[in-house]
Design a protein around this ligand. Structure first.
Ligand code: KIV
Length: 297
């Protein structure tokens, strides 16, 4: 039997995730791997939560996979909060984390704190995620001190796309691997409760995972991290562009949706939808006609 993924009432909490790292054994039966996915709306959050995902991240990947931008940079704090509120309504058990979008934590610390507080007050998120290592030390410490748990994010940080010159694997040279180790240590020392490692060599991710007391969450960082995260649209086959090699596709909902919509188009055009059984009748006394549950537009 695998270890119980949740404690007590089933709610995943920050202390419980830290505890999992401390008490994790090596055997697969004791696996306490942390399962994370992104979500941006109520139905997806609810499905993920009910399926037993541990951490739901309202990622700023929202910009690309749900809003159609070609990077994460344009999404605003208000848009992130709007989506986080919807995800909150669908999330009962998982820990809810929201990405602080580009620009919302890049000026002074006081403003960054006010922005993080908005996520907690307006969307009831339980933690925020910020990208960057050593250079976020002061910010992470300030947020943590203000009782806002922080998830770090190092390696390929998509908000740095312009300075990195593209989306590339990080930490491949000795110098950049050493920088990543310093970043990981800094994020932990500042008080983060977990850190995302994105697009880094497996060997380096394993070394960071061994060194840190906080859990590492990998995305394109190999199997030795304490947990894994994927962008939900990638794993469900709901993206239009080529996905990175680490984004395993578990379903092809894009194809399912296209097929369903083509069927609907055909049926409306041919008159096959709606049928008589899907219609109401004047003067009918049938009780079946009474309860109408419709979405009101
Ligand atoms: O925005 C996002 O979805 C993320 C994950 C890929 C970690 O930051």
């Amino acid at each position: 039997m695998s270890a119980a993924p949740h404690t007590g009432n089933g709610k995943v909490t920050v202390p419980e995730l830290l505890q999992r790292k401390t008490s994790a054994g090596n055997s697969p039966e004791n696996s306490k791997k942390i399962v994370c996915l992104t979500a941006y709306d109520y139905p997806t959050a609810r499905l993920l939560d009910e399926a037993g995902v541990d951490v739901i991240l309202v990622g700023d990947s929202l910009a690309m996979v749900a809003l159609g931008y070609d990077s994460t940079l344009p999404v605003t704090l208000d848009e992130m909060i709007h989506h986080a509120r919807a995800v909150r309504r669908g999330t009962k058990h998982a820990l809810l984390v929201a990405d602080m979008p580009f620009g919302s934590y890049h000026s002074d610390t006081a403003e960054s704190l006010r922005n993080a507080v908005r996520f907690v007050k307006e969307a009831s998120v339980e933690a925020v995620k910020v990208e960057g290592g050593e250079r976020r030390l002061e910010l992470i410490a300030r947020l943590t001190e203000a009782e806002i748990p922080v998830m770090g994010h190092i390696g390929l940080t998509p908000q740095s796309v312009n300075s990195l010159g593209g989306y590339r694997v990080q930490g491949k040279t000795t110098d950049s691997a050493e920088q990543l180790l310093r970043d990981a240590r800094a994020v932990e020392a500042a008080g983060a409760f977990a850190v995302v490692l994105e697009a880094v060599p497996r060997e380096l991710a394993a070394q960071i995972t061994r060194e840190l007391r906080i859990p590492t969450i990998g995305i394109g960082a190999g199997p030795d991290c304490d947990g894994q995260i994927l962008v939900v649209h990638d794993m469900l086959g709901l993206t239009f562009d080529q996905t990175p090699k680490f984004a395993r596709q578990y379903a092809n909902l894009g194809e399912t949706i296209s097929k369903a919509v083509r069927g609907y188009c055909d049926d409306v055009r041919s008159g096959a939808f709606p049928s008589d059984r899907e219609s109401y009748h004047s003067g009918s006394t049938s009780r079946k006609d009474d309860p109408v549950k419709i979405s009101i537009c």
